[in-house]
Design a protein. Structure first.
Lengths: 296, 796, 178
């Protein structure tokens, strides 16, 4: 289980990187944190002619406050985002979700951009960023383009990034003050990829009803699924009321799970109902806690 | 000379931390892959990617052109040096088929080696392996036992009729009469999935051939170095005296490193062809594909039951899916055979008919994984006990109480004689530990709120250290019923104990030192334990079948007593006293009653070795003994009872283990710390089998679990804290009262957890009849039960 | 072993000189660019306490610290560590005849059997206690959850980590982190 031969390139700037990508196209593969690509290389499931290691590209790393939200460099490590106060203030769903990603040794190397570009339907981060209406910035020799996360994923392990494009940063709008966040998932073991999961945010109005809910189901379709129907059902509803069951049932109709070793399609559909309910409960509890915290 | 028994055994029984640990903690362990050889070549195998195919050709020529590659070999290239493996059994109805070292005209499972490539690095060897071209024509794959036994099924081996390694029937007692006397008959079919042993260190072999001496040295991650040497000798046709097998630190075995593998032979043959040392270390994919699997069995049980819960007789049909080849030397008969011998568990069930088959399938060969057949035997009888209890409205522990063996020795229906035990006491203790009465009240209350908890128990009698005749009775062609030890006093009075077993986590460097030191009343530090090198160690059979303490401990104690007796004789001569008037206390030999007349043990050793002129004619110089020991038949029987409390989330199928209680009786305990560690580790493996682990295949025989992302062993958050309680029924016939216990923990958990989950789901009538218990199976079964129960809802 | 100084300049996309400081000692080696950090540590630095249990980032046996942070050395390339600082299991003890508090606790509590997963366990536990000197059992299990053991059933490892915490393994240890 050893990587095949490749030409190792380690550019120092985005400019150099996209030049290499422009030259080699599909023959090049970007190595970011390596937590998914390295196993694929070692198992010889990937044979890039050019392995383009972006770990020296310092401009890709870092978290800054941006327009009420955050701007996260693609090479930012999961653990940096997990422990970032800027992130915790502006986008607490990210902070909430991070511990679900692998284990600490993985998060010390894994990158935010890498997790998105890898487009694993069972991964947490694509769902989190989709729920937060984040925007990916892709850079190529020809310039930059903005891609809403909701349009970023095409199919398992495939994003809309062109072979000449590098995911350089992610812009995440800030969550409104007091918005609750939750990430719930079922994995067969702690730290494993989810068999099914839901990332959610919701605001509560003064009378305790749900204002706006955002929900994304993952590992239950080829790409993360924005649960727009359930979101509409939940808007204005009592977070402990019958609408939650209705939303959860609706969620099970918006997903398109498939069967694999870790769970059948029917199982994924059935537990998504339960996970939506848990997500609403957790996010509502979080919102209430934040409201109390804010009142202090 | 008669040996006075030592009264004050201060090391045996002590909770002593292990002497081997500092090297492991500092990263100074030496596993095979850590060894350095000048000119080492690295080998990679080309393996079959299909389960069953006719091989037309294997073309290795392109591999030879790959940079770094030194050689590439197909079957014909090795044929001159190595013969196919033939695992012979003398058991009833056994059919033998050969295992080719590299496949020739057929492949029979995914992972079967077809070619070998050696290169200057493993990276380059894998590059070369990718360049090998295999031309084959797929044949229909036989992946289930039903397919294998169906009329017109493709024959996997020409030499084996009906795809059966064996099939036999045995009757004990008068089962027909038992069934005629029964008030009811309980019937069920139970299944256990296939699992992988998963030692964390994958298999590893380095072979070096010296053409000048015609000697082969093999470093192997192996549980039984002499057994490996015998296998290498037989199939490489090199005399055993010219093969040295060194098994250094070994990163876990669990049975998977006990047998002879074709890779071992191929590596040795390639080393001979290249004249360089050659290393092969299985990567995780190879290890999951080719290290023997375990457990896959189906049992069909019929129990004749009286109204009071007594089980009068059993009829059990046992089938194991043994995969494509029989393993050497244990053969394909072991797993189903062991299951069939142990189905009656700790219960007095005198009438027992069995129908036993070992089935050939296009899967990885199956072998003796920790527990060997008995987890399924336990599952069958323990699930049966619980269902009898449910039918009669009795507590499961009560039904067991009505059937449990209460007096010893007890001969089971399968003919095993249990020498001592505490299975009955354990039932009473468990009832208190689990506080079953209170649990039932809570359970009922929680059910009202939609919370489903259950309690389950499973009892095991662990047939450890299979006796000398008993191992022979298994039909294995190689006598496995002896063990050897040398105990040697060095001139400075330190002792070296050399044993034919092998420690790969079991702590023998500590426990055997405890055992030997106590024979002399010497401190632990005075004894050094060595093993794992056939050039140093007398022929031994290694560590498996929970045999080490009984077998090697027995041999070591016999040797230690010889040395001790001889030391007393020498001291008697020096002190001009009779040996009978001497005593050995704290490393000194004293004349009883006149304590000023004494010698230290070191003085005696020095005289024996460095001052032979002072010895009388009749005493041979030196102070050491080599002893061989045949363990008492049929073996030593430990017993254990596991109790588990679970909570099942019927919406998601999650099973949480809220409590896990183990009552263990392995007779005399040498080191409680190590015993508890063995219980923990075995139980964790059993929990894995119950809830997570399964080697899955698709219908074409393609394995789906070839990485640690698919084959899931339990982690920190999947294994609960365990509460261990000890009982002690020393063996009356093993030396020291020892009983083996290394496998035990792994046997009970599938049954205990299945019982607990069934108990939790009793309101739905969902019965667990298989492991692993998948979450989606639970959800599906509960949903189906609810549908059946109609709109009212079974669980309300 | 290839001597760096005498090697003609080769294609730097295929092989490269790498300079690392491991356990306080500086090493310079030339390696193929495809070589993993784990293989580099074991073969080129001779530090064989770093073990390969799966080579795809699941088991944790190859855990080392890179610039003070735990990483899986099978999921990095050696060339990515040029100029960086490593700590492997061989560099955990304060001296050759001594054990760290964490190592001592593993010994005391029987937190190891075959020893193969142990280096990764010790490094992960050491890292945990330096960040969280007094974890709960649940925190220990969560933090150690990425390391697999097949022998111990984990209980005595958990006990060892809790014992090490009581013995002060993580107290004022921030300066030891690298």
């Amino acid at each position: 289980m050893k990587p095949p031969r490749f030409h190792y390139r380690d550019p120092a700037t985005v400019e150099e990187t996209v030049a290499i990508l422009a030259e080699h196209g599909d023959d090049a593969k970007v190595l970011a944190g390596g937590q998914s690509l390295m196993p694929m290389l070692s198992m010889r499931l990937a044979y890039p002619e050019q392995l383009v290691d972006i770990n020296r590209v310092a401009e890709l790393e870092g978290i800054t406050a941006h327009d009420g939200g955050v701007r996260i460099g693609a090479l930012t490590r999961h653990s940096a985002a997990e422990h970032s106060e800027i992130v915790a203030r502006a986008c607490p769903l990210i902070t909430t979700g991070m511990p679900w990603i692998g284990h600490r040794a993985i998060r010390n190397r894994g990158t935010i951009g890498g997790s998105l570009a890898h487009a694993d339907p069972a991964a947490e981060l694509p769902a989190i960023m989709t729920a937060l209406d984040a925007t990916a910035i892709a850079t190529s020799a020809g310039g930059r383009r903005e891609i809403p996360l909701g349009e970023f994923f095409e199919m398992p392990l495939v994003s809309v990034l062109g072979s000449d494009e590098l995911l350089t940063e992610i812009l995440v709008p800030g969550q409104p003050a007091g918005e609750g966040s939750a990430l719930v998932e079922l994995a067969r073991r702690q730290g494993d990829f989810a068999v099914a999961g839901v990332a959610a945010t919701l605001t509560l109005t003064g009378d305790g009803a749900i204002g706006r809910a955002r929900m994304v189901a993952f590992s239950v379709a080829p790409v993360p699924v924005r649960l727009t129907g359930p979101e509409q059902i939940l808007a204005g509803a009592d977070p402990a009321g019958d609408a939650v069951e209705e939303a959860a049932q609706a969620a099970s109709r918006e997903i398109s799970p498939t069967s694999d070793l870790h769970g059948t399609a029917d199982y994924r559909r059935s537990v998504t109902v339960e996970l939506v309910k848990r997500a609403v409960a957790h996010a509502a509890a979080d919102a209430r806690a934040r409201a109390e915290g804010g009142a202090r | 000379m008669a040996t006075p028994a030592f009264e004050d055994n201060k090391l045996v029984g002590a909770r002593i931390r292990r002497r081997e640990d500092p090297r492991f903690l500092q990263g100074r362990g030496r596993y095979v892959d850590d060894l350095r050889h000048r000119g080492l070549l690295h080998l990679a195998f080309v393996r079959s990617e299909v389960a069953h195919a006719a091989v037309r050709s294997v073309d290795v020529s392109a591999a030879r052109a790959v940079p770094g590659v030194v050689g590439a070999y197909a079957a014909a290239d090795l044929a001159r040096l190595v013969k196919p493996i033939r695992a012979v059994s003398h058991g009833p109805g056994y059919q033998v088929a050969d295992t080719p070292v590299l496949a020739t005209d057929r492949v029979r499972y995914v992972g079967e080696p077809l070619a070998a490539v050696v290169a200057e690095s493993r990276y380059e060897a894998e590059d070369g392996a990718e360049a090998v071209v295999v031309d084959s024509e797929p044949l229909p794959a036989v992946t289930t036992m039903e397919q294998a036994l169906a009329d017109g099924a493709p024959a996997i081996h020409d030499a084996i009729a009906g795809n059966l390694f064996n099939h036999f029937e045995l009757q004990a007692g008068d089962t027909d009469a038992a069934f005629a006397a029964a008030d009811f008959v309980y019937e069920a079919e139970y299944r256990a999935g296939r699992v992988a042993p998963v030692a964390l260190e994958p298999r590893a072999v380095i072979a070096e051939w010296d053409p000048t001496t015609e000697e082969l040295t093999v470093w192997a991650s192996h549980q039984a170095p002499h057994l490996l040497r015998t296998g290498l000798s037989e199939y490489l046709t090199v005399p055993e005296s010219r093969i040295r097998v060194i098994s250094p630190d070994v990163g876990g075995g669990f049975g998977s490193k006990l047998i002879l593998y074709v890779e071992d032979l191929a590596v040795a043959a390639v080393a001979r062809l290249t004249g360089s040392p050659v290393k092969w270390v299985a990567d995780r994919r190879e290890d999951l594909l080719t290290a023997m699997h375990g457990r896959e069995q189906t049992h069909t049980v019929q129990a004749a039951v009286r109204e009071d819960g007594r089980v009068l007789g059993l009829r059990v049909k046992i089938m194991a899916s043994n995969g494509a080849y029989a393993i050497w030397p244990m053969t394909a008969g072991l797993d189903s055979g062991q299951a069939s011998e142990n189905v009656t568990g700790p219960y007095d069930i005198p009438h027992y008919d069995r129908d036993v088959s070992a089935v050939v399938t296009n899967k990885t060969p199956m072998g003796p994984y920790r527990g060997v057949g008995r987890p399924m035997a336990c599952f069958t009888i323990e699930r049966t006990m619980d269902e009898i209890a449910a039918r009669l409205g009795l507590e499961p522990l009560e039904v067991r109480r009505r059937n449990v063996i209460r007096s010893y020795p007890h001969q089971t229906a399968a003919g095993l004689v249990l020498e001592s035990g505490s299975s009955a006491e354990a039932l009473d203790d468990m009832e208190k530990l689990l506080d079953v009465g209170r649990f039932r009240a809570e359970q009922a209350e929680l059910r009202e709120r939609g919370v489903y908890r259950g309690v389950g128990v499973a009892a095991v009698v662990e047939h450890s250290a299979l006796g000398t005749q008993e191992v022979a009775r298994k039909g294995i062609d190689i006598g496995l019923g002896l063990e050897s030890a040398i105990v040697r006093a060095e001139p400075d009075g330190h002792l070296t104990a050399i044993v034919g077993t092998h420690s790969h986590g079991q702590g023998h460097e500590t426990t055997f030192a405890q055992v030997v030191a106590d024979e002399f009343g010497l401190p632990l530090e005075r004894v050094t334990v060595r093993f794992g090198d056939t050039a140093v160690v007398p022929y031994g059979l290694g560590t498996w079948a929970s045999r080490s303490l009984v077998y090697a401990g027995g041999a070591a104690i016999l040797a230690a007593r010889d040395v001790r007796d001889k030391a007393l004789e020498i001291a008697a001569h020096e002190l001009e006293a009779s040996p009978a008037d001497l005593e050995m206390v704290g490393g000194e030999i004293l004349v009883k009653g006149s304590p000023s007349k004494k010698l230290s043990f070191a003085d005696v050793a020095r005289i024996a070795i460095h001052k032979p002129q002072r010895l009388p004619e009749e005493i041979e110089p030196g102070l050491e003994s080599t002893r061989r020991y045949r363990a008492p038949d049929p073996g030593s029987f430990s017993n254990s009872l596991h109790g588990v409390v679970v909570e099942v989330d019927v919406k998601t199928g999650e099973v949480r283990l809220l409590r896990y209680v183990v009552i263990e009786d392995c007779g005399t305990i040498v080191n409680p710390l190590i015993v508890d560690g063995q219980v923990h580790g075995g139980t964790a493996q059993g929990i894995g089998q119950a809830l997570l682990e399964e080697v899955a295949y698709d219908e074409s025989g393609q394995p789906l679990t070839t990485t640690f992302m698919d084959y899931l062993i339990p982690g920190f958050n999947e294994v609960p804290r365990m509460e261990i309680h000890h009982l002690s029924s020393p063996s009356p016939h093993s030396i020291g009262g020892f009983k083996g216990m290394g496998e035990g923990g792994a046997i009970n958990p599938p049954a205990a957890i299945a019982n607990a989950v069934t108990d939790a789901l009793r309101p739905f009538g969902v019965r667990v009849d298989h492991v692993p218990i998948a979450r989606d199976w639970i959800v599906r079964s509960v949903d189906a039960a609810r549908d059946r129960a109609g709109a009212a809802g079974a669980g309300a | 072993m290839t001597d760096v100084r005498s090697t003609p300049v080769a294609d730097p996309t295929l092989s490269r000189a790498v300079s690392v400081t491991a356990n306080g000692r500086r090493y310079e080696r030339t390696v193929p660019t495809r070589k993993t950090l784990a293989d580099f540590i074991r073969e080129d630095l001779g530090l064989t306490g770093t073990h390969l249990g799966c080579e795809h980032g699941v088991c944790g046996a190859c855990t080392v610290r890179l610039d003070g942070e735990i990483v899986r050395s099978c999921l990095m390339l050696a060339v990515q560590c040029d100029g960086r600082t490593l700590q492997t299991i061989e560099g955990v003890a304060p001296g050759p005849d001594e054990l760290s508090v964490v190592q001592e606790a593993f010994w005391e509590k029987h937190g190891l059997q075959c020893g193969f997963c142990t280096p990764g366990m010790v490094l992960t536990a050491t890292d945990l206690l330096q960040r969280t000197p007094h974890p709960t059992e649940a925190e220990v299990r969560e933090a150690m959850g990425g390391n697999l053991c097949r022998c111990t059933g984990y209980q005595f490892i958990v006990d060892a980590v809790l014992h090490a915490a009581e013995a002060g393994a993580g107290d004022g240890a921030a300066e030891e982190a690298t």
